[in-house]
Design a protein around this ligand. Structure first.
Ligand SMILES: Nc1ncnc2c1ncn2[C@@H]1O[C@H](COP(=O)(O)OP(=O)(O)OP(=O)(O)O)[C@@H](O)[C@H]1O
Ligand SMILES: [Mg+2]
Length: 336
């Protein structure tokens, strides 16, 4: 992870002889969110949130329960329409575009509660994420059976490779419903990668998964990020993992982005300490007050553990998230 941080912080040597007197302009961020607001009736879930994620980043979005993190991911991925502000991806406006159009541009997401099709095999679950399924153009394909079979074979090979990448190759023929929570999240991630995205949004990839499996899952995701040059923005409450793995940490509280920067910068920020991190820092090994029996160990703001916020939120949000994301049906794909 250190290499990634260094790569983002230091663009390396620049040939100034070819530049004239002006320094080179920084490339625009891959994801550029400016003053975005989202309301649900009278609830202002996100207010003037601004953040930028450079291409190639492994970025995290953190903050207390109800801070607006999931809602911001919904807005970026087209699952809800912002009431204000702009969202740009690779320089183009995408705010208000429907999810399939956003996916077609190269942004995919996973959900706070992992979503798989339990009665399909793992291989079919992953295949469903692929682009240009021959079955979508049934009539045209009747006349081109050879091309259809080739495309089917390509999709199967791509899905098998991704199952291997996430360590589920042995499960290819098993029903997804037999997988553990952690394996389902890996499967969902593999499916998301089938459409060869540039940006992956992950909502609490470690939630509901035991800590060892959760860390394994994050390591797999980080390895794929390195190998495929994927840009990743993940929401997570496991702050040890966030601080260890992220190049860039974005902190939300009360619907706003209150800070973004390298993990060390964010940890040193007084406002972030007060809003979220203070109690977590106090419980770190070697800190005064750490592991006080019956004391504040693991307690976040409002007396809750940052790590437990996600679980509480899931209970609170039951029915609040948009419905399951079924892969688009034939004819609905819009380029996915
Ligand atoms: N569909 C909805 N209808 C009404 N209010 C909503 C809806 N979804 C979210 N909210 C509210 O918007 C605010 C932000 O919620 P959001 O789920 O984005 O927070 P979060 O940062 O993801 O929290 P957590 O870490 O607990 O998952 C909360 O006050 C929440 O109750
Ligand atoms: Mg959430």
């Amino acid at each position: 992870m250190a290499e990634r941080t260094a790569a983002l912080a230091d663009p390396g040597p620049v040939d100034v002889t070819s530049l004239g007197s002006r320094p080179p302009a920084a490339p625009p961020p891959l994801l550029d969110v400016r003053a975005v607001a989202v309301s649900f009736g009278g609830v202002r879930a996100v207010e003037e949130a601004t953040l930028a994620v450079p291409e190639g980043a492994f970025a995290s979005l953190i903050g207390p329960n109800g801070a607006g993190k999931t809602t911001l991911l919904h807005a970026v991925s087209g699952f809800c329409r912002p009431s204000g502000g702009e969202i740009r991806f690779a320089g183009e406006r995408i705010d208000g575009h429907p999810p399939h159009a956003v996916a077609g541009r190269g942004i995919v997401r996973t959900f706070q509660r992992g979503r798989v099709f339990p009665r399909l095999t793992c291989l079919d679950n992953v295949r469903l994420g692929g682009k240009d399924h021959p079955g979508e153009r049934f009539v045209a394909n009747l006349a081109r059976r050879g091309a259809r079979r080739r495309r089917e074979a390509e999709l199967t090979a791509q899905a098998r490779e991704l199952l291997g990448d996430v360590g589920l190759e042995a499960k290819a023929g098993e029903l997804a419903g037999t997988l553990s929570g952690g394996q389902r999240k890996l499967l969902e991630f593999a499916r998301a990668l089938m459409c060869e995205p540039r940006l992956v949004l992950l909502d609490e990839p470690m939630a509901g998964v035991n800590p060892t499996t959760g860390r394994h899952l994050m390591e797999r995701i980080a390895a794929l990020h390195e190998r495929r040059g994927l840009t990743v923005l993940f929401v997570e409450h496991q702050l040890d993992v966030v601080m260890e793995m992220s190049d860039l940490v974005v902190v939300m509280a009360g619907g706003r982005v209150i800070r973004s920067g390298r993990p060390d910068e964010v940890r040193a920020d007084r406002g972030v300490q007060d809003a979220y991190l203070g109690a977590w820092e106090a419980t770190r090994p070697g800190r005064a007050g750490a592991a006080v029996d019956g004391g504040t160990e693991g307690r976040g703001p409002e007396g809750r553990s940052p790590e437990r916020h996600g679980e509480e939120s899931r209970q609170r949000q039951a029915g609040g998230e948009p419905g399951p994301v079924e892969p688009p049906r034939p004819g609905e794909r819009d380029g996915r």
